[in-house]
Write a protein that binds this ligand. Structure first.
Ligand code: 3SK
Length: 513
């Protein structure tokens, strides 16, 4: 049931529901240096709302940028801005001044709440009308100091409407001018009532952690909305490296992990079998693992199952649609497939004119459901939303049982000698070779074939990057997928270019070749 009250402030609703269910003393946010209870988060977000409205001139509907690492104060800012009736503008941290300036200009940001590191870039952005306030730095103007001085009283959350904009999440995609995706207060609750409720099924006893930044909606949902919607706790890591994830799981008894395929592979390389051949002793508390951000190869899924006995829940979401809309868990999983539409969502494979493509054939993934794409003042809205569907920009195949199989980003299909070749399929085949750590495959211009299948490979440290390895990998791929798909060119590189959210930047690979 996705009906919500007309008057709805999602931040107040989430906190009030959790407080009623688990009480103020339940652990909520855990970082390397502090642990906040639900009562702490409620109180500090009240103080932030108070400071925003009484000292910084923020009014309902104003846009407030939050730029910070995964930390309790970043979460408190998110709740405080919403309690004040303002709109959260989220970006991943480490943006440079020019990028901040673009986002601030598109979203008409009045106040920027920035952690140390981000604040200098925001000041350098020099956006007219944007006041930069540091959070967790030093000095009397810092938000934390202002909160400590503020009257320590309850802030009555602004009674927003369920379809008032709560947040504008920016997506840079893998290239192009960033797009601001507007989401309503009800959308924030909807992701907990669809993917989390029907697929993930967390409980109040769960402890969450993961690597995606809170400025990426995958991280916001997985590390804040889903745990808080059930009164669970969440471990926030400033650096979600594979080493840090393993250490956090062991130290805090984590049971739910959100990360991307690359991190699962990196952790696999670090795991040790227990003396009895069972699960690595650091991971004993883990019960749910979620992967998104990129397609999860069947090989990675199987290797993780063999090492941990856990079936990774793969999923595809989009910043435009806030969170995951196709996924599968437990016995419903078909390794290598993303899964089936999450309850509440519909998905179809269409051609560019909106006609259905038969099962078994590749086409454009189109989805519709309780959340839709609403770009802020961006003409690309009319290419994302067409024929009553959201076109995600991915090429997929639906099988006769209704499972969706990722092929490529629609603009990443390689056309070589008239064949359609999906780069990620070649990447999966390469990843099955024991010497390959990471692989990125793109089409590069070729006068004879139109495009050449070109692979960029990160080898394990003990492998030599010579011609013999090139030949071995080519033969290896030919034996596993249709031979015409094998990479005719292989470059060995120390690392692959990725976005701050971990997505492979294939356009940069094209530039490298
Ligand atoms: O990249 C994805 O699959 C994703 C998942 C959840 C939320 C947002 C995104 C972009």
């Amino acid at each position: 049931d996705l009906r919500y009250p007309d008057r709805l402030n999602c931040a107040a609703h989430l906190l009030d529901t959790a407080l009623a269910a688990v009480g103020p003393d339940r652990r909520c946010l855990i970082s390397a240096t502090e642990t906040w209870t639900y009562g702490d988060l409620d109180r500090r977000s009240d103080q932030i709302a108070e400071v925003l409205t009484t000292e910084l001139g923020v009014l309902p509907g104003h846009r407030v940028l939050i730029c910070g690492p995964n930390s309790p104060w970043t979460v408190a800012c998110w709740f405080g801005v919403l309690k004040a009736g303002a709109v959260v503008v989220t970006v991943v941290p480490l943006l440079r001044s020019e990028e901040i300036a673009t986002v601030a200009e598109i979203a008409d940001v009045g106040v920027a709440l920035c952690a140390p590191g981000c604040d200098a870039e925001a000041v350098k952005a020099d956006v007219a009308g944007m006041r930069v306030v540091s959070v967790g730095g030093s000095g009397p103007d810092d938000l934390v100091a202002r909160c400590a001085r503020s009257p320590q009283r309850r802030f009555v959350a602004v009674q927003t409407s369920q379809d008032d904009v709560a947040m504008i999440a920016f997506t840079s995609g893998t290239t192009g001018r960033p797009k601001g995706c507007m989401h309503f207060h009800r959308d924030v609750l909807t992701i907990a009532d669809t993917f989390a409720k029907h697929v993930l099924k967390p409980t109040a006893d769960d402890v969450f952690t993961g690597s995606p930044p809170l400025g990426f909606t995958f991280g916001l949902g997985g590390l804040v909305i889903f745990p808080l919607a059930v009164g669970a706790s969440t471990v926030l890591l400033e650096r979600g490296s594979p080493e840090a994830l393993l250490a956090a799981v062991e130290k805090h008894g984590v049971s739910v992990l959100f990360t991307a395929p690359t991190a699962y592979r990196a952790m696999l390389a670090m795991l040790e079998a227990a003396p009895d051949g069972g699960r690595d002793p650091r991971l004993l508390t883990l019960r749910r693992c979620v992967s998104a951000g990129e397609a999860l190869p069947a090989e990675t899924w199987r290797a993780w199952l063999a090492a941990t006995d856990i079936k990774i829940i793969d999923g595809i979401g989009a910043t435009e649609l806030l969170h995951i809309f196709i996924s599968a868990a437990d016995d419903d999983i078909r390794p290598g497939s993303t899964g089936r539409p999450v309850p509440g969502w519909q998905a179809a494979i269409l051609d560019a004119d909106g006609h259905p493509v038969p099962d078994g054939e590749p086409g454009l993934l189109a989805v519709r459901g309780p959340i839709g794409c609403r770009y802020l003042a961006d003409e690309r809205q009319t290419s994302y939303v067409r024929h009553g569907w959201n076109y995600t920009g991915d090429t997929y195949i639906r099988d006769e049982d209704g499972y969706f199989w990722y092929q490529a980003r629609s603009d990443d299909m390689i056309i070589s000698s008239g064949y359609n070749i999906a780069g990620p399929e070649v990447e999966s085949a390469l990843l099955r070779h024991p010497s390959v750590l990471e692989a990125g495959v793109v089409g590069t211009p070729d006068p004879d074939r139109g495009q050449l299948v070109t692979a960029f490979v990160v080898l394990r440290p003990d492998t030599s990057p010579g011609e013999a390895t090139v030949k071995e990998l080519q033969e290896f791929v030919k034996l596993r997928i249709a031979p015409y798909k094998y990479p005719r060119v292989i470059h060995f590189v120390p690392a692959l270019p990725r976005t701050a959210t971990g997505k492979l930047q294939r356009f940069k690979l094209k530039d490298l070749s």
